[in-house]
Design a protein around this ligand. Sequence first.
Ligand SMILES: *Cc1c(COP(=O)(O)O)cnc(C)c1O
Length: 384
Amino acid sequence: MKHIPFGRPMLGAAEQRAVCEVLEGPVLTHGDRVREFEQAFGEFTGAAHALATASCTAAMQLAHMAAGIGPGDEVIVPAQTHVASAHAVELCGARCVFVDSEPRSGNMDLDQVEAAVSPRTRALVVVHYLGKVVDMSRVADLAGRHDLFVVEDCALALGARRGGCHVGLLGDAGCFSFYPIKHITTAEGGMLITRHPRIARGGALRRAFGIDRDDPADRDLPGMYNVSELGLNCRLNELSAAVGLQQLRRLPAALECRRRNLRLLCAGLRELEVGDVLGEDDGDGGPGDYCLVLRLQRAWGDRRAAIMSALAARGVGTSIYYPRPVPLMSYYRRKYGCADGGFPVATAISERSIALPIGPHVTEADVAYIVAQLKAIVCKAGAP
Ligand SMILES: *Cc1c(COP(=O)(O)O)cnc(C)c1O
C-alpha cells in the first residue's frame, strides 16, 4: 500500500549542510543568512523590500502595526481562512468584520465587501485561498474609493502571479508562511514584502521590540540602544534562514510539480461526479496552487468523515481547509456573536470539502492511485 501524506516538506542534503554550517559558527541571529534569504526572496518575487519573520502571523501583525491600525479601527477579513488572518488584526486591538466566500473559488466575495465598509474601516485582508489569486484590480478599486490599506495573506500562494506581478505586491503588504507543509519551509517562519519604504521601515522596527538599532553592529557602544515604538520579537533565526535559502532553489521545480499534479487530479476527479473542485475553471491553474479542494455534493458531503477515514486506511492523507469559518470559531463567536447560517458559502466549504495532496512529494503514479482509491470508496458506498 502507498503512503501519501497530505503534505511533506522537501528536505535533503543541501538543507542539512546549510544548518550544520550555521552551527559551526557563533552567529545564530542578526546574520548574513537572514539578509541573503530576504534578498533571494525579494529577487524571486520582485519585491523592493522583504523582511523575514518568525511566522506569517507575525508578518501580518507587523503589517497592520506598521500601517498604524489599532483600537477603534475595523479591518475586513474573509470568513474562509486560517484563523491567523483574523488573529493578526485582533492582536493589534482592531475589530474584524467578516465577509463570506464566493461559491466558485472560495475566495472572499468582493460583491459583499462594499456593504462591510464603515467609517471606521481602515484595511482589507485579502487571502489568496488555495493559491487562487483574488481579483486584485477590483480590490484596488475598492481600496482606492474607501482609502483602505490592503494586506495580502499569501500563505498558500507562493509563486502565484497576475499580469507578471507576484502576489503580495498587488496590495500594500504581502505575507508568506514557511510552516512545514507550505510551498517552502524554514520549520517555522514567514516573510513580509512591500513596495512601500515606510511599511518596510515600520515593520523592521517592530520586528525587534521597536529598538532603533536592532543590529548590534549599528550601535555606537555595545548594548546601547533606544526604543521608539511598541514592537514584537519575531525575527527569523539564521538556522531557519539557511534552510529557506536552499528551499528557494527547489521552488521552481516544486511549483511545476504542484501544477502538474493539480491538473491530473482535477481530470481524474471530473469522472467521479461526487462534487466540484474549487476554482477549477480558473483558466491557467496558477503555479501557486497549494492543494486541491473537492467540494462534495450535499448527499456525499454527509459522508465526508467516512470517505476521509477510508482514504486514510488506503494510505492517502487528506485535510480540511478550513474546518470552520473563522467567525464561527468559539473565540470569535463569543466576541462578535455571529449566528449559524451567517456565512453559508464558507460553511458549506468547511462542512463538505476534502483537501487532497498535490505537493512535490506526490508522483504521477500517486495521483492515479488517489483517484483509483476514491473511485473504489465511492463505488463501494453506492450512490447516496
Ligand atoms: C498557514 C496559514 C497561515 C499561518 O501561517 P504561520 O506561518 O503558521 O503563521 C496564515 N494564513 C493562511 C491562509 C495559512 O494557510
